[in-house]
Design a protein around this ligand. Structure first.
Ligand code: ADP
Length: 336
């Protein structure tokens, strides 16, 4: 195997808070190990357009605490074509780049896997997504920050919900996974959480709100994962509204992209720094086509193919927590 001397780093797909901290760690760990590090701007798009620049230690000063990604991110349809990937490869060769570190989610990793096999370039992925849905890591960069953003927003909505006797349906991100919804639901004392991993029964939800729950409370929060099988928050609220008489009002809030931004939490900064260092370490040890994650506080390398194909599952016990934490004397055991 060719000795690795020059590596490229890029952020791709959806951004997440902590990506900057990961870039910084890759650059500094590269320098620490005697490597030259190149920043590739705007993900695969920049690789095709040759937006590639050397990064020195000072270039990544003062970014640790910033959300977004200073390398910018993008989605590239050209990278899905043979021609686009060939151009990307030629640009890497121009800079004598021997290996790549890709910070992103499963789409970015699929592209990386493909490219690496096509052109025999070692690649290591660092999971950066607020959805937390990558198999092979307990946590993805950005999830903890997004979770805290959701909790902060829901707490505020709870105040106004209580003041007006309102029921709120709050939609949170996560694509087809319910990690953000479930954890934020537990952390905010939501009355119910609807996630794609568990079938949503609208009739049960209505029954719960009408017959049992409404006897004890005058306001409520239902967290809806954006990928829920019954639809988004607007659709579910409409379905419930028809037969629901106990609240003065039913309102919907879609939290949207506020969940992607903000200064990364201390947890995400630590995670990103740790994974950045271990991504460089992995490359130098000859690892390729793997994602570096953290499992039980230990760095773990999982083949990229597995990290994207095996759906990480939410712990069903956490769903049960929502039911238990909403228990009242003599209430029924609803399964929403
Ligand atoms: P995320 O990493 O957030 O899941 P996307 O799914 O949008 O983001 O993927 C990011 C980029 O990765 C895409 O715009 C595309 O350039 C590249 N990509 C994804 N899947 C493939 C693939 N099968 N082949 C080549 N490139 C891909």
């Amino acid at each position: 195997m060719k000795k690795i001397e020059r590596i490229g780093v890029l952020t791709s797909g959806g951004d997440s808070p902590g990506m900057n901290a990961a870039i910084r760690a890759v650059v500094r760990a590269g320098i620490h190990n005697g490597l030259e590090v190149f920043g590739i701007h705007q993900g695969y798009k920049g690789m095709i357009d040759n937006e590639i620049h050397r990064l020195k230690s000072r270039d990544v000063a003062n970014i640790l605490h910033r959300g977004g990604t200073f390398l910018k991110t993008a989605r590239s349809s050209r990278f899905r074509t043979e021609e686009g990937r060939k151009q990307a490869y030629l640009n890497l060769k121009k800079h004598n780049i021997d290996a790549l570190i890709i910070i992103g989610g499963d789409g970015s990793f699929r592209g990386a896997d493909f490219f690496s096999q096509e052109y025999d370039i070692p690649v290591i992925g660092i999971p950066g997504t607020i959805d937390n849905d990558m198999y092979g890591t307990d946590y993805c960069i950005g999830y903890d920050t997004a979770l805290n953003t959701v909790v902060d927003a829901v707490d505020k909505i709870r105040d106004t919900a209580g003041a007006h006797n309102r029921l709120f349906f709050i939609e949170v991100m996560g694509r087809d996974s319910g990690f953000l919804a479930l954890r934020s639901g537990i952390a905010t004392g939501a009355e119910a959480v609807l996630i794609p991993e568990a079938e949503t029964h609208i009739d049960e939800l209505k029954k719960y709100l009408n017959e049992d729950y409404s006897r004890k409370k005058s306001s409520g929060i239902i967290i809806v994962a954006e990928g829920d099988d019954a639809g988004g928050a607007y659709k579910i609220a409409e379905l419930v509204k028809k037969d629901y008489k106990h609240y003065d009002d039913i309102r919907v809030t879609v939290l949207g992209h506020v969940q992607r931004g903000g200064s990364p939490s201390a947890f995400d900064r630590n995670l990103a720094s740790y994974l950045g260092i271990h991504a460089v370490k992995g490359l130098l040890e000859g690892k390729t086509n793997v994602m570096v994650g953290i499992i039980h506080k230990t760095p773990a390398y999982t083949p990229i193919e597995q990290s994207t194909k095996h759906n990480k599952r939410v712990n069903p016990d956490l769903l049960n927590c929502i039911t238990v934490l909403n228990a009242y004397e003599n209430n029924l055991d609803f399964n929403l």
